[in-house]
Design a protein around this ligand. Sequence first.
Ligand code: COA
Length: 155
Amino acid sequence: MSAEPAGVTEIVPMTAAHVDALMPYERAMFGTEAWTANGYRNELADTRHRYYLAAEGAGGELLGWAGVRVIEDSAEILTVGVVPSARRQGLAARLLDALLTEARRRGAAEAFLEVRVDNAPARALYLREGFAELGVRRGYYDNGRVDAVVMTRAL
Ligand SMILES: CC(C)(COP(=O)(O)OP(=O)(O)OC[C@H]1O[C@@H](n2cnc3c(N)ncnc32)[C@H](O)[C@@H]1OP(=O)(O)O)[C@@H](O)C(=O)NCCC(=O)NCCS
Protein backbone atom coordinates (compact mmCIF):
# COMPACT_ATOMS: atom_id res chain seq x y z
CA MET A 1 0.00 0.00 0.00
CA SER A 2 1.13 3.55 -0.69
CA ALA A 3 1.73 5.90 2.20
CA GLU A 4 -1.08 8.36 2.80
CA PRO A 5 -0.48 12.01 1.92
CA ALA A 6 1.17 14.09 4.59
CA GLY A 7 -1.39 15.83 6.80
CA VAL A 8 -4.99 14.80 7.06
CA THR A 9 -6.68 13.86 3.82
CA GLU A 10 -10.39 13.42 4.23
CA ILE A 11 -12.71 11.65 1.83
CA VAL A 12 -16.08 13.43 1.81
CA PRO A 13 -19.22 13.49 -0.36
CA MET A 14 -18.70 15.74 -3.39
CA THR A 15 -20.55 19.06 -3.30
CA ALA A 16 -21.18 21.92 -5.75
CA ALA A 17 -18.22 23.76 -4.17
CA HIS A 18 -15.94 20.87 -5.13
CA VAL A 19 -17.25 21.09 -8.70
CA ASP A 20 -16.17 24.75 -8.92
CA ALA A 21 -12.74 23.84 -7.51
CA LEU A 22 -12.18 20.91 -9.86
CA MET A 23 -13.12 22.58 -13.16
CA PRO A 24 -9.65 23.96 -14.01
CA TYR A 25 -8.12 20.55 -13.29
CA GLU A 26 -10.83 18.79 -15.27
CA ARG A 27 -10.03 20.79 -18.39
CA ALA A 28 -6.28 20.30 -17.99
CA MET A 29 -6.61 16.55 -17.37
CA PHE A 30 -9.32 15.56 -19.82
CA GLY A 31 -9.09 18.12 -22.65
CA THR A 32 -11.76 17.51 -25.27
CA GLU A 33 -13.36 14.87 -23.03
CA ALA A 34 -13.70 17.26 -20.04
CA TRP A 35 -17.11 17.44 -18.40
CA THR A 36 -18.77 20.83 -17.82
CA ALA A 37 -19.68 22.19 -14.39
CA ASN A 38 -23.34 21.70 -15.31
CA GLY A 39 -22.62 18.14 -16.30
CA TYR A 40 -21.14 17.54 -12.84
CA ARG A 41 -24.08 19.23 -11.12
CA ASN A 42 -26.48 16.93 -12.98
CA GLU A 43 -24.37 13.96 -11.93
CA LEU A 44 -24.51 15.03 -8.27
CA ALA A 45 -28.29 15.52 -8.46
CA ASP A 46 -28.83 11.86 -9.43
CA THR A 47 -28.17 10.45 -5.97
CA ARG A 48 -30.29 7.37 -6.73
CA HIS A 49 -27.82 5.94 -9.22
CA ARG A 50 -24.64 7.92 -8.70
CA TYR A 51 -22.18 8.44 -5.86
CA TYR A 52 -19.37 11.01 -5.93
CA LEU A 53 -16.59 11.61 -3.44
CA ALA A 54 -13.95 14.30 -3.03
CA ALA A 55 -10.61 14.20 -1.19
CA GLU A 56 -9.68 17.30 0.79
CA GLY A 57 -6.34 18.30 2.26
CA ALA A 58 -5.87 19.57 5.79
CA GLY A 59 -6.85 23.09 4.71
CA GLY A 60 -10.00 21.89 2.93
CA GLU A 61 -8.39 22.22 -0.51
CA LEU A 62 -9.51 19.82 -3.23
CA LEU A 63 -6.99 17.03 -3.88
CA GLY A 64 -9.07 14.54 -5.83
CA TRP A 65 -12.51 13.26 -6.79
CA ALA A 66 -14.22 10.22 -8.20
CA GLY A 67 -17.68 8.95 -9.08
CA VAL A 68 -19.56 5.73 -9.76
CA ARG A 69 -22.94 4.85 -11.27
CA VAL A 70 -24.71 1.78 -9.91
CA ILE A 71 -27.53 0.25 -11.90
CA GLU A 72 -28.89 -3.00 -10.51
CA ASP A 73 -25.89 -5.27 -9.93
CA SER A 74 -23.44 -3.36 -12.15
CA ALA A 75 -21.20 -0.44 -11.15
CA GLU A 76 -19.45 1.82 -13.66
CA ILE A 77 -16.54 3.97 -12.52
CA LEU A 78 -17.31 7.28 -14.23
CA THR A 79 -14.33 9.43 -13.36
CA VAL A 80 -11.26 9.59 -11.11
CA GLY A 81 -8.95 12.59 -10.84
CA VAL A 82 -6.14 13.58 -8.49
CA VAL A 83 -4.50 17.01 -8.66
CA PRO A 84 -0.89 16.77 -9.92
CA SER A 85 0.70 17.82 -6.60
CA ALA A 86 -1.09 15.01 -4.70
CA ARG A 87 -0.36 12.10 -7.05
CA ARG A 88 1.42 8.82 -6.19
CA GLN A 89 0.32 9.00 -2.57
CA GLY A 90 -2.45 6.44 -2.75
CA LEU A 91 -5.30 8.91 -3.09
CA ALA A 92 -6.89 7.52 -6.25
CA ALA A 93 -6.71 4.04 -4.74
CA ARG A 94 -8.47 5.29 -1.59
CA LEU A 95 -11.17 7.02 -3.63
CA LEU A 96 -11.72 3.90 -5.75
CA ASP A 97 -11.91 1.65 -2.69
CA ALA A 98 -14.54 3.93 -1.16
CA LEU A 99 -16.59 3.96 -4.37
CA LEU A 100 -16.44 0.19 -4.69
CA THR A 101 -17.45 -0.27 -1.06
CA GLU A 102 -20.52 1.90 -1.62
CA ALA A 103 -21.31 0.14 -4.91
CA ARG A 104 -21.19 -3.21 -3.10
CA ARG A 105 -23.46 -1.82 -0.37
CA ARG A 106 -25.93 -0.80 -3.09
CA GLY A 107 -25.95 -4.35 -4.46
CA ALA A 108 -23.39 -4.23 -7.27
CA ALA A 109 -21.68 -7.55 -7.99
CA GLU A 110 -19.30 -6.32 -10.70
CA ALA A 111 -17.60 -3.07 -11.69
CA PHE A 112 -16.42 -1.89 -15.07
CA LEU A 113 -14.84 1.19 -16.64
CA GLU A 114 -13.36 2.52 -19.84
CA VAL A 115 -9.88 4.04 -19.96
CA ARG A 116 -7.86 5.52 -22.82
CA VAL A 117 -5.30 3.08 -24.19
CA ASP A 118 -2.68 5.84 -23.91
CA ASN A 119 -3.40 6.52 -20.20
CA ALA A 120 -0.68 4.35 -18.63
CA PRO A 121 -1.02 5.73 -15.05
CA ALA A 122 -4.77 5.03 -14.93
CA ARG A 123 -4.41 1.57 -16.49
CA ALA A 124 -1.75 0.72 -13.89
CA LEU A 125 -3.98 2.03 -11.11
CA TYR A 126 -6.95 -0.08 -12.18
CA LEU A 127 -4.85 -3.23 -12.65
CA ARG A 128 -3.49 -2.75 -9.18
CA GLU A 129 -7.06 -2.30 -7.88
CA GLY A 130 -8.01 -5.73 -9.20
CA PHE A 131 -9.49 -4.81 -12.59
CA ALA A 132 -8.68 -6.96 -15.62
CA GLU A 133 -8.67 -5.85 -19.23
CA LEU A 134 -11.70 -7.25 -21.02
CA GLY A 135 -11.40 -5.76 -24.49
CA VAL A 136 -11.04 -2.64 -26.59
CA ARG A 137 -13.64 -0.16 -27.85
CA ARG A 138 -12.26 1.22 -31.08
CA GLY A 139 -12.32 4.99 -31.51
CA TYR A 140 -14.14 5.67 -28.24
CA TYR A 141 -12.33 8.97 -27.51
CA ASP A 142 -11.31 12.11 -29.39
CA ASN A 143 -13.73 11.75 -32.29
CA GLY A 144 -12.70 8.23 -33.13
CA ARG A 145 -8.96 8.77 -32.79
CA VAL A 146 -8.24 6.98 -29.50
CA ASP A 147 -9.38 3.52 -28.37
CA ALA A 148 -10.75 2.68 -24.92
CA VAL A 149 -9.77 -0.36 -22.91
CA VAL A 150 -12.73 -1.85 -21.06
CA MET A 151 -11.77 -3.18 -17.63
CA THR A 152 -13.83 -5.17 -15.19
CA ARG A 153 -13.69 -6.81 -11.77
CA ALA A 154 -15.97 -8.69 -9.45
CA LEU A 155 -17.04 -6.95 -6.24
C1 COA B 1 -4.61 8.19 -12.74
C2 COA B 1 -4.64 9.05 -11.46
C3 COA B 1 -6.09 9.22 -11.01
C4 COA B 1 -3.85 8.28 -10.36
O1 COA B 1 -3.97 9.01 -9.15
P1 COA B 1 -2.94 8.81 -7.94
O2 COA B 1 -3.58 9.32 -6.71
O3 COA B 1 -1.61 9.34 -8.33
O4 COA B 1 -2.84 7.20 -7.87
P2 COA B 1 -2.37 6.36 -6.58
O5 COA B 1 -1.30 7.10 -5.86
O6 COA B 1 -3.57 5.92 -5.82
O7 COA B 1 -1.72 5.12 -7.32
C5 COA B 1 -2.06 3.79 -7.00
C6 COA B 1 -1.27 2.87 -7.93
O8 COA B 1 -1.63 3.12 -9.31
C7 COA B 1 -0.46 2.99 -10.14
N1 COA B 1 -0.08 4.31 -10.68
C8 COA B 1 -0.64 5.52 -10.42
N2 COA B 1 -0.03 6.49 -11.13
C9 COA B 1 0.93 5.89 -11.88
C10 COA B 1 1.89 6.36 -12.80
N3 COA B 1 1.99 7.66 -13.12
N4 COA B 1 2.70 5.45 -13.39
C11 COA B 1 2.63 4.15 -13.10
N5 COA B 1 1.74 3.63 -12.19
C12 COA B 1 0.89 4.50 -11.60
C13 COA B 1 0.64 2.50 -9.22
O9 COA B 1 0.54 1.09 -9.17
C14 COA B 1 0.23 3.10 -7.90
O10 COA B 1 0.78 2.47 -6.79
P3 COA B 1 2.27 2.90 -6.30
O11 COA B 1 2.30 4.41 -6.23
O12 COA B 1 2.37 2.25 -4.96
O13 COA B 1 3.20 2.36 -7.32
C15 COA B 1 -3.95 10.43 -11.67
O14 COA B 1 -2.71 10.24 -12.31
C16 COA B 1 -4.80 11.41 -12.48
O15 COA B 1 -5.61 12.15 -11.95
N6 COA B 1 -4.58 11.42 -13.82
C17 COA B 1 -5.34 12.33 -14.70
C18 COA B 1 -6.80 11.97 -14.76
C19 COA B 1 -7.01 10.54 -15.23
O16 COA B 1 -6.34 10.05 -16.13
N7 COA B 1 -7.99 9.86 -14.61
C20 COA B 1 -8.37 8.50 -14.95
C21 COA B 1 -9.31 8.52 -16.09
S1 COA B 1 -9.87 6.89 -16.52
